[in-house]
Design a protein around this ligand. Structure first.
Ligand code: 13P
Ligand code: SF4
Length: 319
């Protein structure tokens, strides 16, 4: 095996590093067959997971969609906890595993269902659009979900002049610039994307002439403003694959560039990136352990299940 498998990551993982990974990767591939399991991996997972063992990769929207149609008994989510909860909401009858239940998200942790209730009191009649980066409890307290890939569409699909959009203040401000719908935002931030600054972008342009700069919409609006293009992680990946820029900087989590670089030899990746400590809790070793021991199973309290699922389904129905 490992030689074939290594070919999938050879541009971004040196052979000496791969030597420490090959056994776990081979064991995971075997365990997936035994358990009838599929691995859903977010674009921020490291290349040995993303290219080496995952069956389905993508942004939060793609993972939510694919979770809904996965043909397997077990879904292992190589990502953070809210993604595993979303997978469970779409698959009540399947076992959903996350290799490290502490893989959280600063956005999901920034708001509770009680906060949503207070917002509804303060702004009566406004629908609540919850970013998928929220707990099942917050999804259950909301009207519809969105991701960075469909936020504008979701907001406009509601046909109202004003909505509450939570918890990401920056995503809300970035979407507000593109729509006539008024947006009431919350004060949550992604701890990875909030660190980027316009000065960093100007500096990149000065040091890397011709660089095309793509910023994730979780970045502060003043960063998105000075970038060339903004979109979800899947939109960024498509941009690089189709436009084949000579030089690109992805203003987002570090593994994004590694994962795309493997398939884009013609593009030079300038790498000003920030690591997501939550995404990085997932490793080949704990994926292997999770499939061996069938842990940690993601469960959602019964009272939250239907209302949370409804919010995700409404989002998936928006075309
Ligand atoms: P997308 O992959 O949906 O763009 O989301 C980014 C993110 O931060 C997920 O945690
Ligand atoms: Fe959450 Fe930001 Fe990490 Fe995504 S990158 S999981 S939004 S903390």
């Amino acid at each position: 095996m490992p030689l074939d498998l290594y070919a999938r990551v050879s541009r971004v993982i040196p052979p000496i590093e791969w030597a420490t990974m090959a056994e776990d990767a081979a064991a995971i591939i075997e365990l997936k067959k035994q358990r009838r399991a599929v691995i859903l991996a977010h674009n921020y997972q490291t290349p040995e997971i993303f290219h080496g063992v995952a069956d389905i990769v993508g942004d939060s929207l793609a993972l939510a969609r694919e979770a809904a149609t996965a043909d397997a008994d077990v879904i292992l989510v190589a990502g953070v906890h809210f993604m595993a909860e979303t997978a469970k909401l779409m698959n009540p009858g399947k076992i959903v595993l996350i290799p490290d239940a502490l893989a959280g998200c600063s956005l999901a942790e920034s708001i509770t269902a009680a906060d949503v209730a207070l917002l509804r009191q303060k702004y009566p009649g406004r629908p609540v659009v919850a970013y998928v980066n929220t707990s099942a409890e917050v999804k259950a307290a909301s009207d519809i979900c969105c991701t960075s890939g469909n936020a504008k569409k979701v907001v406009e699909s509601l046909g109202v002049p004003e909505v509450i959009m939570l918890p990401d203040e920056f995503l809300a401000l970035n979407v507000a610039k593109e729509t006539d719908v008024k947006i009431i935002a919350w004060k949550g931030h992604c701890e990875v994307h909030e660190l980027f600054t316009p000065a960093e972008i100007h500096d990149l342009r000065a040091r890397h002439p011709g660089v095309v700069i793509l910023a994730h919409p979780e970045c502060p609006p003043e960063v998105v403003e000075v970038a060339d293009f903004s979109g979800s992680t899947a939109v960024m990946a498509d941009f690089v694959r189709t436009q084949k820029p000579a030089r690109v900087a992805l203003i987002t989590e570090c593994s994004m560039s590694d994962n795309i670089a493997q398939g884009s030899p013609e593009t030079e990746f300038v790498r000003p990136c920030n690591l997501c400590p939550h995404m990085k809790r997932i490793t080949l070793k704990n994926i292997r352990r999770a499939l061996e021991n069938m842990e940690t199973e993601v469960l959602i309290p019964e009272a939250l299940f239907e209302p949370a699922r409804r919010s995700v389904e409404r989002m998936l129905a928006v075309k």
